[in-house]
Design a protein around this ligand. Sequence first.
Ligand code: NAX
Length: 323
Amino acid sequence: MKDPVRVAITGGAGNISYSLIFRIAAGDMLGPDQPVILQLLEIPPAMDALKGVIMEINDCAFPLVHGVSGTDKPDEAFKDVDIALLVGSRPRGKGMERSDLLKANGEIFSVQGKALNDNASRDVKVLVVGNPANTNALIAASNAPDLDNRQFTAMMRLDHNRSLSQLAQKTGTQVTDIEKMIVWGNHSATQYPDISQATVKGQPALEQVDRDWYENDFIPTVQKRGAAIIEARGASSAASAASAAIDHVRDWVQGSDGIVSMGIPADGSYGIAEGIMYSFPVTCKNGEYTIVQDLDIDDFSRDRMQATEKELREEREAVSDLI
Ligand code: NAX
């Protein structure tokens, strides 16, 4: 039997976690032979609800769960963790400007970055889901000077999966028929879902859909999918977000099958300078991700990649005192 892996999940009593935790406990993220110890973090007003979640985890009698704890102290939640899923964050309140939201969450993620720095395994892998995910990941990484900033990532996989699903539906194929899908940039309405590199059943995607659909239907549909779910469901994406978080960490740890999109520290690749967490096409192997290099970028793509970069630099500016 393998040694258990310690997994921290913040916002443990929230909506996404209510799907996420149970799938991790069932082995969907780290494999059916990998025991886990779950370390859940919440804020004091949600500790009762978290207690209820822990009771349910226990009631599942998951063979892979070798321990579960709940706390409102980041230092405790992140003690020796190998994987940290930072899901909890402050929702946008009435009358709150985007900059207020950035600041309120910035404070949460600077505290959590410090707590990871001081308590987590030196090899911890961190995924930030809580919005604004990319900039929250930047803040957490900046507050963890003893960890490599490449250990911090932001979730773009939901956008990536949404793109796969839209293209598969349009072309009457399965998502497994599609390769080289990419979503560039920020997890926001400026993101650039790019099918110019993609293939469907081995043939260029752009030869199988018309340009007008790509520019005026596909791109805005993916960009605004979060709002469409809220409109339809009366609540934001939860199960699909949890599923994307599982996909992201599973591929990072166990290896990806082809190209996936991850929000990671920009390193100058594709002209995106350092200092932001930007979504790039990557492949994962042996617990490491590598940016896919040397793709041809046309003017249409370049403009969109720069627009989403610009937004991330503005977000960085708004939280400059926290990084
Ligand atoms: P909920 O409001 O249901 O749950 C959030 C939980 O976090 C609450 O239980 C709250 O008490 C807790 N929390 C707040 N501050 C905390 C702190 N400092 N430490 C620990 N826990 C804290 O939201 P949910 O639907 O679960 O969404 C969570 C986050 O994911 C939101 O920020 C949401 O915007 C973001 N999303 C990100 C996505 C992505 O693709 N990156 C997609 C889905 C989702 O919109």
